[in-house]
Design a protein around this ligand. Structure first.
Ligand SMILES: CC(C)(COP(=O)(O)OP(=O)(O)OC[C@H]1O[C@@H](n2cnc3c(N)ncnc32)[C@H](O)[C@@H]1OP(=O)(O)O)[C@@H](O)C(=O)NCCC(=O)NCCS
Length: 169
């Protein structure tokens, strides 16, 4: 499978915003952390600043927001946080991923997590925390296929619902 993770570009706006709207009813949005941005250029600047660790608001750690593309097609996104805070430890962990609905069931999330792990490790994160809602069977399978070991089940800092926490070393 040819799947690449790369920064979002100007050309991604329509597909990314459409994916975000489609995700509004789901447990996890395609795009996030966009407060205070309106144009796509501002969104790209925000992603770039977060990647570089510039102007981080209180409690927000350095992170990468990457587009997952198959050929020229945007199929998903990956978010990688390069350190953990207490809320991240009981919530989203180091790596999150989202596959656009029409591209699910094709193995993309598994490949996205596999590649994201390489990026996280290259930044010095060698014990990687990945979490999922207890009823998110597909995500649990993705994590297990990438070597995740179930550590425990806790209440999410985001919404109080139970999440499984996995470590990948
Ligand atoms: C969870 C999600 C990322 C899975 O993406 P995907 O690209 O369809 O996953 P993959 O194709 O890599 O499938 C991974 C495994 O899950 C299984 N799977 C996929 N959908 C499934 C479902 N609805 N029920 C049970 N298993 C499922 C696949 O069969 C595969 O296992 P296998 O290789 O043993 O057959 C995708 O559904 C999604 O983006 N959901 C919304 C956002 C989200 O929940 N993100 C994760 C937050 S923790």
């Amino acid at each position: 499978m040819t799947l690449r993770l790369r920064p979002f570009t100007e050309e991604d706006e329509a597909a990314a915003r459409a994916a975000d709207e489609q995700s509004a009813a789901e447990r996890q949005r395609f795009l996030f952390h966009l407060e205070g941005t309106s144009t796509w250029s501002e969104v790209l600047e925000r992603f770039s600043a977060r990647r570089l660790g510039h102007d981080l608001p209180e409690g927000i750690v350095r992170s990468a927001m990457l587009a997952a593309v198959a050929g020229e097609q945007l199929v998903g996104r990956v978010s990688i946080r390069f350190e953990l805070t207490p809320p991240l430890k009981r919530g989203p962990g180091h790596i999150g991923y989202h596959v656009i609905e029409e591209f699910r069931g094709l193995g993309y999330a598994t490949e996205m997590l596999r590649q994201a792990l390489i990026i996280a490790r290259s930044e010095g994160v060698d014990h990687v925390l990945v979490t999922c809602d207890v009823d998110n069977v597909a995500s649990a399978r993705v994590i297990e296929k990438c070597g995740g070991e179930l550590a425990d089940t806790v209440e999410s800092s985001l919404n109080g619902l139970p999440i499984h926490r996995y470590w990948i070393v």
